[in-house]
Design a binder for this molecule. Structure first.
Ligand SMILES: [Zn+2]
Length: 317
């Protein structure tokens, strides 16, 4: 932009409304400095966990620390999924690409990197984000299952005949080709979802039992699996018969999880089917976007990619 143009552009800044200001701020914060802003000095040695780090100069542009316990050095990226990824100067832009839900191809163009790099970054950035979900839910809790078509996208050896891109299942309803995801959300917006190996009492119980607080009332459809899980675990359960006209029973309904499912599915369309082995990363990505809503910016994304979020929210699954 020419200097005169820029001056006239600047002079119109005060005409922006609040929403536009926030949008502008988000764009500006996608500056490459997002990484240095996000990085915090490590508290513990990533090698021996001792709280015995002291500054030890810099290396490759990052502050270095040495552990008085084990004598090894580290930086703020050591032990994170981001360690040893190259082109750090582009990470801020990549975080912006995640905020905007860009496809791999678009993200590569946006950051000026090869598409294989953009693909590798996507899953490194998302690895810890995929672990971040509500750890406890209470009060009225809605749960519902949703399915994703199994996909071996990107794998050279297909365990079955190829389907056309996106594609449809061979048979209708639940088959081995449908990968179950359990979506669980309480009325204060605490949200968790899980890629399950199978939709049965063992797997559903394993994720629901530690998640639900004792006061929780679980609302589900009439699928038998919820009945057996809640009965065995002593969880209060409201079954809604969705075949009947009355889909809600006062405050008891599963409309929030169903709406979430619709948003999730619509959001995934541009990705043209996601590989099953990365499904959990996409689920985490969507949760990230929902957690911050319109306030999301690349700095928040970068912090979460580095695992900086309150640890008590981490679920142990
Ligand atoms: Zn150490």
């Amino acid at each position: 932009m020419r200097a005169t143009e820029f001056r006239s552009w600047l002079s119109r800044l005060d005409q922006l409304n609040q929403a536009q200001r926030e949008q502008l701020q988000a764009q500006l914060s996608s500056h490459p400095d997002v990484l240095s802003e996000a990085l915090a000095a490590p508290e513990r040695c990533p090698h021996c966990q001792a709280k015995a780090l002291r500054p030890w100069g810099t290396s490759h542009g990052l502050a270095r620390y040495r552990c008085r316990g084990c004598g090894r050095t580290c930086n703020a990226l050591t032990g994170t999924p981001m360690a040893r990824l190259r082109h750090r100067e582009c990470w801020g832009r990549y975080a912006q690409a995640l905020v905007q839900s860009l496809t791999v191809r678009d993200a590569a163009a946006f950051c000026g990197v090869h598409k294989n790099t953009a693909f590798r970054w996507r899953h490194r950035f998302l690895r810890l984000i995929a672990e971040h979900r509500a750890q406890h839910e209470s009060g009225i809790v809605e749960a519902d299952e949703t399915f994703f078509l199994e996909s071996f996208k990107g794998q050279r050896q297909l365990p079955r005949l190829a389907r056309k891109r996106g594609g449809t299942a061979q048979r209708k309803g639940f088959t081995a080709e449908q990968i179950p995801v359990l979506v669980v959300r309480d009325r204060s917006g605490r949200h968790a979802d899980f890629h399950l190996e199978k939709l049965n009492a063992v797997h559903v119980g394993a994720v629901l039992r530690p998640l639900l607080d004792p006061d929780a009332v679980l609302c589900t459809d009439s699928a038998a699996v919820y009945h057996s899980v809640t009965k065995a675990a002593g969880i209060t359960h409201r079954r809604l018969n969705l075949r009947q006209k009355r889909r809600t029973d006062g405050a008891f309904h599963i409309q929030n999880v169903n709406a979430y499912d619709s948003r999730l599915k619509a959001w995934m369309i541009p990705f043209h089917g996601v590989a099953t082995k990365y499904l959990a990363n996409y689920l985490g990505w969507r949760r990230l976007l929902e957690r911050y809503g319109n306030d999301i910016n690349p700095l928040m994304c970068m912090r979460e990619s580095l695992g900086y979020y309150p640890l008590q929210q981490l679920t142990q699954t």
